[in-house]
Design a protein around this ligand. Structure first.
Ligand code: SAM
Length: 291
């Protein structure tokens, strides 16, 4: 029974059979277009040897196609009403495991040890619940899991911020947080009518590919992320003024300028003009001087 789940007709049948009603609060917008799913799986680079982690399988539309394309799929679903449905819709694919858990609470590293082979390439592929897009991605990135890439459907606006380049208005601390770990690329924009029900925002598929090495080693990652946030606190202000505000009474204006000048960063620049390497050098310089 490998009829695609992701068609309007089949999805409506499944929902009707189980009397399922969408929970808006859980970001439940299911995909009803198999073509879009194929494009997602293709851009994720999934092969017969791949392991896949999915977040939020819903009624299994993407899970089903992933199971066909990959070696193994492990999917986290928070809504227990979906478990009997998934058991039914995914009965024909045996290489799939559903874990009923909030992804934000999950020990993904331990799961990976249990389910995937050492050295097996593992990818995250998901149509994420939009109310927690950023917490989910930041959790998975910060944990430094052995995951090769993340291909996710998210809000277009968030995708653009994550994949932004310096000197544009989408570029900010979220960009740096994501691009510290990965190379980010918007793969495609997706129309609202491929979802049931259609979401209230536009969507894009974002691909994050794990960086194999860092441009600059960072002394203290927490310090780095805090300082980056400070540099974007008031976007119209110069680096010097944002840093002055951040350090409060602890550091004066001339000292801030001299630290910046030492690393060849003009104190009159704005945070949005600094690239990743410059932020890294900046954070290390202040860290070494003041921590
Ligand atoms: N993958 C399906 C598809 O593409 O049709 C459904 C995607 S839907 C946008 C998001 C799914 O994430 C829903 O099934 C929802 O119940 C689930 N979800 C929401 N919050 C979650 C959480 N904290 N942990 C795991 N799953 C969650």
């Amino acid at each position: 029974n490998e009829k695609p789940i992701a068609t309007p007709k089949r999805t409506a049948e499944i929902l009707h059979k189980y009397g399922f009603s969408f929970k808006k609060s859980l970001g439940q917008n299911f995909i009803i277009d198999t073509n879009i799913l194929q494009k997602i799986i293709h851009s994720a680079g999934i092969h017969k040897t791949s392991g896949v982690i999915e977040v939020g399988p819903g009624i299994g539309a993407l899970t089903q196609q992933l199971a066909i394309a990959a070696d193994k799929v492990v999917a986290y679903e928070i809504d227990q009403r979906l478990l009997p449905i998934l058991k039914d819709t995914l009965q024909a694919v045996s290489n799939t495991t559903i874990i009923q858990q909030d992804i934000l609470e999950a020990d993904v590293r331990a799961m990976m040890n249990d389910y995937f082979n050492t050295g097996q390439p593992v990818h995250v592929v998901a149509n994420l619940p939009y109310y927690i897009t950023t917490p989910i991605l930041m959790k998975l990135l910060r944990e430094k899991l052995p995951v090769a890439s993340f291909t996710v459907m998210i809000q277009k606006e968030v995708a653009e911020r994550m994949a932004a380049e310096p000197n544009c208005k989408q570029y900010g601390s979220l960009t740096i947080a994501v691009q510290y770990y990965t190379d980010a690329e918007v793969v495609m924009n997706v129309p609202r009518n491929v979802f049931m029900p259609p979401p209230n925002v536009d969507s894009s598929v974002l691909k994050l590919t794990k960086k194999t090495e860092r441009p600059v080693e960072i002394d203290d990652e927490e310090y780095f992320f805090t300082l980056v946030q400070a540099c974007f606190a008031q976007r119209r202000k110069t680096l010097r003024n944002n840093l002055l505000r951040h350090f409060g009474d602890a550091v004066d204006k001339d000292t801030i300028s001299s630290v910046l000048n030492e690393i060849d960063i003009d104190p009159a620049r704005r945070g949005e003009s600094l690239n990743m390497t410059e932020f890294a050098v900046l954070a290390n310089a202040f860290y070494r001087k003041f921590e």
